[in-house]
Design a protein around this ligand. Structure first.
Ligand SMILES: Nc1ncnc2c1ncn2[C@@H]1O[C@H](COP(=O)(O)OP(=O)(O)OP(=O)(O)O)[C@@H](O)[C@H]1O
Length: 610
């Protein structure tokens, strides 16, 4: 029942390709039926030979030749139908595969960021790659096979009943027992539970293997201790145990089914011999008996296929369930009539936020009644102790998560009322951890503005201080990141991300520790370039190096999800609170870095943005 509903879901996913799938199934049935024709021809020939026993001249030679050609033609047609069916099913399968992957990728781009944090990227990759791939295999191969594995035995048994109902009935006994075993084998709650465990154990083993390989630097540094290997080994052991359990559970039923289906022939023999013994001179029955012996292996083959269909269906239903779960994940609600702000002040009005899932009871607030305005043309800096909520504030601006209460607006328009695409157009964001795509450096920068010319890309790269190191690469801007061992350092990747953000030239610029990995010399250069470019924009900067935001028009000190202090650098120093302590600590750390040499009090050697 469960499988059936998943099969119908699968057909729903197949959507407009149903026509091709039906054609593939029909062609598969036709091919199966045509493959029986040679047996019938043999039957007819044997029949004629028996009837003409002892009188070869009584044989109708041309009629026999025609029968032979009919058998040949039927075989050729069967192969043609098989080929055409396979073409239809493969075309349908690959179109479904393509459409599903596109739909899935579009959907996951629209769901909330919370989903991506909850769902390991490996799992999503597995759904988009492996689950979809299995559907392709099922549709291309197993679906037509299933249809013919059901239709062909039905037609054959019907035909055998017409020839001799007694022998046909006897053949139905092992078939019935075999199918009942199949249903029990795959349908029981125990079997389904085992199968689910098997799948989970396989995934867990994959995930821990990836984790182990990814964590190799740490493993090497700290030595390959039992603990570093333990989780992976436990996962492998669990997988082994569940595989053995499953084999144990299915082995009896599996063997019995295979034996029963493979030996239909042996069921036909005793009853045939018995009936023949009763009518020793019945030539017609003898010929029918021969046909039964010829046809029963053709009956076994599709029935054995049914066994694989059962396991294929189970595998694909798991994938379908997962794909469905992704599609069931709600997308970020888009406004019915999106509004576009005409000014770009950012306002946070009494914003309360926690990371609990939508619909779940409120968790510990990460942001507690945050209120501020970041004005256009000014730089607002978020500083404060680690874990205070700075990055969360920046991420909420992009609507990665929905606020629990309060409102965030751009130019007076609540971000809920701005369409996601427009919102992304308004904001350039350089994240703490940069992600570069497996593409050329130029394409990675141009991502900020697809219409930009090569000269624009180079200009942005110059300002972000990455032009010179790009030029030093063998393929320059055409170097593919990640290919042939071309990897960039953290600071270089960040500078590419800054170039990308500059090229986008959006009215709002958010820099979350954008130059954290950059060396002092390059940071100086970048800050100089940025200072030019950020004029007239709303700039939100998160920085731990306080010297870089000293010139900000507004500094918000975020501690424990609240704004502990706010003001300009000098004002905050005058308060004698957290900011002043942070500033002193920062100065002390900088002094320590240069070997304790005395620095000028005004900090001229520091780099100042804006
Ligand atoms: N996806 C998440 N799910 C649950 N909690 C989170 C998530 N991201 C951050 N947090 C928690 O929210 C709090 C604020 O984190 P946030 O990253 O905003 O701090 P931050 O001030 O930017 O820190 P840092 O300076 O170290 O980057 C922290 O307690 C953190 O553990």
């Amino acid at each position: 029942m469960r499988s059936k509903s998943e099969l119908s879901v699968l057909l729903d996913l197949a959507g407009s390709r149903k026509g091709l799938l039906i054609a593939a199934s029909l062609l598969s049935i036709v091919s199966g039926l045509l493959q029986i024709v040679p047996f019938i021809v043999v039957y007819r020939i044997v029949d004629q030979v028996f009837r003409a026993a002892g009188q070869p001249e009584a044989l109708d030679g041309p009629a026999l030749t025609r029968l032979g050609f009919a058998a040949l033609a039927a075989l050729a047609a069967a192969l043609a139908a098989l080929y055409a069916g396979a073409m239809c099913s493969h075309i349908a399968a690959f179109r479904i595969l393509y459409a599903l992957r596109v739909r899935l990728s579009e959907h996951v781009a629209k769901v909330s960021m919370g989903y991506h944090v909850r769902t390991p990227s490996g799992e999503l990759k597995k759904i988009i790659e492996v689950a979809v791939e299995k559907i392709e295999k099922f549709i291309a191969h197993q679906l037509p096979d299933t249809v013919s594995a059901v239709a062909l035995p039905l037609v054959l048994i019907g035909y055998l009943f017409v020839l001799d109902w007694r022998m046909a009935l006897i053949l139905c006994v092992p078939i019935g027992i075999g199918l009942a075993i199949q249903a029990r084998m795959y349908g029981s709650a125990d079997a389904q539970g085992h199968y689910r465990d098997f799948q989970h154990a396989g995934e867990e083993m994959n995930a821990t293997a990836v984790e182990y390989v990814r964590g190799m630097p740490a493993v090497k540094i700290f030595g390959i201790t039992a603990a570093s290997f333990l989780t992976f080994r436990q996962a492998v052991d669990r997988y082994r145990k569940i595989s053995l359990d499953i084999t144990d559970l299915f082995k009896g039923a599996y063997s019995l089914f295979a034996v029963l289906m493979g030996s239909l022939f042996t069921f036909a023999v005793p009853i045939g011999v018995l009936l023949l013994g009763r009518h020793p001179g019945d030539q017609a029955f003898a010929i029918t008996f021969i046909l039964f012996l010829l046809v029963s292996p053709s009956l076994s083959a599709p029935l054995v296929k049914l066994m694989y269909v059962g396991s294929g269906l189970r595998e694909v239903s798991e994938g379908v369930r997962r794909i469905q779960a992704v599609f069931n994940e709600p997308i970020v609600a888009e406004p019915e009539a999106p509004r576009r702000p005409s000014t770009y002040d950012i306002t946070f009005d009494n914003v309360v936020f926690d990371y609990a899932q939508p619909g779940a009871p409120a968790g510990r607030p990460v942001l507690d009644r945050i209120g501020f305005t970041a004005r256009s043309g000014e730089m607002t800096a978020l500083v404060g102790p680690s874990g205070g909520g700075k990055s969360t504030i920046a991420n909420l601006l992009l609507r990665f998560w929905e606020v629990r209460s309060g409102e965030i607006a751009i130019g007076g328009v609540p971000i809920r009322e701005i369409g996601t695409e427009q919102l992304m157009d308004l904001v350039s964001f350089v994240f703490q951890d940069v992600h570069l795509f497996y593409d050329t450096i130029e394409a990675n920068i141009r991502m900020g503005n697809e219409a930009a010319s090569h000269a624009d890309v180079v200009n942005a790269a110059r300002i972000a201080c990455c032009h010179s190191f790009i030029e030093r690469l063998d393929d320059g801007y055409r170097t593919v990141i990640g290919a042939n061992g071309t990897y960039l350092s953290g600071g270089e990747a960040q500078r590419i991300a800054i170039a990308r953000a500059l090229l986008k030239n959006a009215p709002i610029l958010v820099l979350d520790e954008a130059t954290a990995y950059t060396d002092a010399e390059n940071e100086h250069e970048i800050q100089r370039g940025l200072a030019e470019l950020i004029r007239g924009k709303t700039v939100l900067v998160i920085a731990h190096r306080l010297s870089t935001i000293r010139g900000a028009e507004q500094i918000l000190v975020i501690r424990g999800g609240q704004i502990a202090e706010r003001g300009r650098h000098d004002e905050l120093l005058g308060l004698g609170g957290l900011y002043e302590r942070m500033w002193r600590a920062h100065r002390a750390a900088s002094d320590w870095k240069i070997g304790g040499a005395k620095r000028k009090e005004d900090g001229d050697d520091e780099i100042v943005l804006a």
